[in-house]
Design a protein around this ligand. Sequence first.
Ligand code: LLP
Length: 428
Amino acid sequence: MDFFNYKDGSLHCEAVPAHVIASAVGTPCYVYSRATLVEHHRRSAEAFAAVNPLICYSVKSCGNLSVCRTLVECGAGMDVVSGGELFRARAAGAAPSTIVYAGVGKRDDEIGAALDAGIYLLNVESEEEFENIARIARARNVTCECALRINPDVDPHTHRFTTTGTKETKFGVDIERARAFFRSYGRDLHARLVGLHLHIGSPVYETAPYVEAVRKALALRDELMAEGFTVSVLDLGGGFAADYETGRSPAAADYARAIVPLLVPAVSAGLRIILEPGRSIAANAGILLTRVQYVKRSGDKTFAICDAGMNALLRPSHYDAFHFIWPTDPAPNFVPTRRTENPEIPGLVSMDVVGPLCETGDYLALDRSMPPVVRGDLLAIYTAGAYGMSMASRYNSSPLPAEVLVDGDKFSTVRRRETYEDLVAHER
Ligand code: LLP
């Protein structure tokens, strides 16, 4: 669900017409809906209420300070994967006691910053990393809590670039090694190993891989506790899907219905649950607005050449990802009733929606059925709130897009469009 709807034929974000924002701020421009962010957080919290999880919003999905601040105001903690994201989380007002930090390659300075901030949990991915964290904590004479990231070896059936919970990925350690890990490090006094962490992939459109992963994690926890180790935290990561097409994704309640019953007994006996949703909160809370610069025909193909490409939204070219794209102000017969790859509306034409960059791979959609478009039309690229701006680049010296946050009938620029001077500022 989200609050992007056509009213009187014109796409609105909450109560603001998209074309009003584009005229004021220019294109390309990301537009986020505050109400959607809040509602997605609320639904996750409500769905999993029986296990009272700490919901740590995954900053990597959309790290804009105002977006993060909105979620902090909802009571969310933050999941970070770098010193930069830790800085963002804190700048957004997240309490250190609600920040968890994962990542396979944490540098000494990043670990030091996390210890100095006093964050809640470091999610540890290798033996060498644990030893390094323990060394840094000892040198500072502080203690920190760590969770071991395990690979439950389940297949989430998602893109190979975003499959993380199978045995041979760079993330975490397999279950066999996890036992040895606790035996080696489970009694360290400075880096206290108190939990398990997993994240199986993203997006995961089924509940079964979670069920399998949780079962394996709980069985491992039982074994470790029988050996006398403390395992008081279980961080299940994120990966919950989003509606790239209307109704495609399970709802938070569907995931919870499958997962929560497995967790309740352990939670009643004191286990703390952490969730790290990113996409399921941010994806449908954002669109990218782009203006058609030219319409060009080449052979049998029609190209709509836009002012946003893989620089602004990498997902179509990098993951072959589908994003619904539609004019914000279509002719009345073309107002869509649902977002789908093959809308059954008479009169649509097939086109490639491409960006301005000097790469054949610079596209937003290939062979897409859309209403005919003309130069100057404004297009909305949906479900772009997660891994949109956060993966944007300046390729071809493209200044990064502006970001706008809508709240009811008001909107504000929460990141100004970069200027050409910004592009070269660090090279002067
Ligand atoms: N926790 C950990 C440890 C993660 O690695 C991730 C995502 C998340 C949480 C949040 O996952 P989410 O709830 O957003 O699915 N760039 C890719 C997605 C990469 C996800 C990486 N890890 C894309 O655009 O699809």
